[in-house]
Write a protein that binds this ligand. Structure first.
Ligand code: T3D
Length: 265
């Protein structure tokens, strides 16, 4: 376990767990936590042995978004420059998560509010404990959903639900989120981390380069037309077909055995 207080990083066989660790503030973001999380993600990206990532929160919450204690101002004081903090911290974080070539599992262990909800939704597979809830809290503060919220939400739950969730800022239970297709799966609270570890261990044995290509193709399918997407699939398939894992997958199929994927080029 590598600790720098605000972010805990744990290495397991083939994968890592990053834990947001400001439980007394429901793991809300301040600048030091942003910086520590970005360092942990950069380190994860550079680790060729790491083939999956779990992102979770310490204590009873996943993440309550921005630490609002850092945004209190007195009358007459200059308002905070939120565009600047989004440019400096939140947008790079979402881009980094989406750009990682390994599967990221969000294990949402409790409330995910504001940017915390959207950071969970930026992950590849979102698991949530039954007591977790997702809140687009922004409208209650006069703010706009950020960290990709206005992009992820309509794509995940459709425009009608996205609008209502963003405008009303009402909590969505884990079970409702699963029923709407906003997240992958709800588990019992006690079983959440076991399920996240089970998935991460599975991914740690899978063809990592191919999985990275799948993420890449799905990401751009949101904006590509069919022709461009067909071309991209051709190109990525060409590259996937040159990986040792593809050769191994085909050989294992004919030898009627489990493949031994290395995840290496
Ligand atoms: O600013 C920029 O750079 C722009 C980017 C903005 C991104 C954003 O995320 S804006 C949205 C910020 N987040 C929120 O508006 C959520 C605020 N929190 C809540 O609405 C509630 O706390 C929750 C619904 C998340 C949870 O409610 P509950 O009843 O389970 O817990 P609680 O009692 O409200 O919170 C527990 C403690 O955590 C409490 O402290 P205390 O009273 O025990 O000393 C509470 O103040 C603290 N806490 C919760 N959320 C935040 C927070 N402290 C600072 N900032 C928070 N966001």
């Amino acid at each position: 376990m590598v600790e720098n207080d605000l972010i805990l990083t744990e290495r397991r066989e083939g994968y890592r767990i990053i834990t947001l660790n400001r439980p007394d503030r429901l793991n809300s973001f301040n600048e030091p936590m942003h910086k520590a999380l970005m360092s942990a993600l950069i380190e994860t990206e550079a680790d060729s042995e790491c083939r999956a990532l779990i992102l979770t929160g310490a204590g009873r919450g996943f993440c309550a978004g921005q630490d609002l204690a850092d945004r209190l101002t007195s009358p007459g004081q200059q308002p905070p420059d939120l565009a600047a903090t989004i440019e400096q911290f939140y947008n790079p974080l979402v881009r980094k998560l989406r750009g990682l070539r390994i599967p990221i599992i969000a294990a949402v262990n409790g409330v995910a509010a504001g940017a915390g909800a959207n950071i969970a939704l930026a992950c590849d597979i979102v698991l949530a404990g039954r007591s977790a809830k997702f809140i687009q809290a922004f409208a209650k503060l006069g703010l706009v959903p950020d960290s990709g919220g206005t992009w992820f939400l309509p794509r995940l739950v459709g425009p009608a639900r996205a609008r209502a969730l963003a405008l009303l800022a009402e909590p969505v239970s884990a079970e409702q989120a699963e029923a709407w297709g906003m997240i992958w799966k709800t588990t019992d609270d006690a079983g959440l981390m076991d399920e996240a570890h089970r998935l991460a261990s599975y991914f740690a044995t899978q063809p990592t380069i191919g999985l990275g290509f799948i993420k890449q193709a799905l990401d751009v399918s949101e904006t590509n037309d069919l022709d461009r997407q067909l071309e991209l699939e051709r190109d990525l398939q060409g590259r996937a077909g040159r990986t040792p894992d593809y050769r191994e997958g085909v050989a294992a199929f004919f030898e009627k055995r489990q493949p031994k994927f290395t995840g290496r080029a």
